[in-house]
Write a protein that binds this ligand. Sequence first.
Ligand SMILES: NC(=O)c1ccc[n+]([C@@H]2O[C@H](COP(=O)([O-])OP(=O)(O)OC[C@H]3O[C@@H](n4cnc5c(N)ncnc54)[C@H](OP(=O)(O)O)[C@@H]3O)[C@@H](O)[C@H]2O)c1
Length: 306
Amino acid sequence: MSNEDECEIMNYLVIGASGLVGYEFYRQKKGKKGWHFTYNTNKMDDFVHLDAGDQAEVDAVFSEIKPEVVIFPAAMPNVNKCETEPKIAEELNLGILRNVLEAMKKHGGKKIVFFSTDYLFDGEDGPYSEEAKVNPLNEYGRIKLKCEEAIKQSGLGHIIIRTTGIFGWEKNRKNFLYRVLDNLSQGKQLELPDDQYATPVYVKDLASATMKLIEMNKNGIYNVCGPDFLNRVELANLFADGFDLDKTLISGKKTSEFQNVAPRPLRCGLKIDKVTALGIRMMRIKEALVDMKKNKEKDDAYPEPG
Ligand SMILES: NC(=O)c1ccc[n+]([C@@H]2O[C@H](COP(=O)([O-])OP(=O)(O)OC[C@H]3O[C@@H](n4cnc5c(N)ncnc54)[C@H](OP(=O)(O)O)[C@@H]3O)[C@@H](O)[C@H]2O)c1
């Protein structure tokens, strides 16, 4: 029996499948036996409604589906909102996670797959390995750290995926790629921080690598992101090149010159030696852009940029 077959006899629940990361699992697994997907406010056909903030609804969905593996990209990941409303943000991130962990314990859940961030780190000397010392600068990072702790203490099997700068086709058009493509295709100037470094990842590659870790029955913390370490201006230039747009519209300035609501770590990003050693190869940005162009032709669910 292949790993894929073994996975298919289990029940999987993707909570937050209407978002950037969650939808990629839907694209890759829709129609497969045992796979279930939820939305909260952005209604999607074939998805189950679930507000994970409502413990009764969580219990009802878990008692019906009885998922062994829960893939949990659900979050309120707006870094600025986390900073200005930390109590609410904690409820909308940690609170919903706790409800799901409770339901998993009651209804036979075995493993949770959670998405964390490089904002756990202070950005003094990234990219960071899984063992590096955490020191979040903002509320988003602090809340994600509490989420990681809650998962470790739950006693459930878990894969904590730490990732950063996710880009790709997205129904809600909110990832950084759209900002670049929309501005440049409309001939607008784009001023970006040239001192914020990370290791951005293509959403399709992130979901595929996560699936491989699940199929390998891994447990623990894994960095999953791209191999390119670069700043926002360099990234925007690659996007412009990839989509034949005018990169002279892009300019850079220091993070400290922007009005930032939340402090941002500067030299961040993540090292991927641990997943690479397992034979998981992550795409470079240029390769990802070629793949994006190919996939878009096949999938009209995503709007044209611009
Ligand atoms: N995007 C990045 O660059 C990045 C970087 C590092 C880490 N991460 C982490 O990766 C994960 C996925 O990020 P993303 O960009 O895919 O987020 P996203 O696009 O904002 O999607 C969030 C998903 O969570 C769902 N959700 C929110 N509140 C919920 C609730 N109370 N109950 C059930 N579902 C709820 C949303 O449903 P509706 O839309 O239907 O309301 C949506 O499907 C997050 O944990 C994020 O912190 C993201």
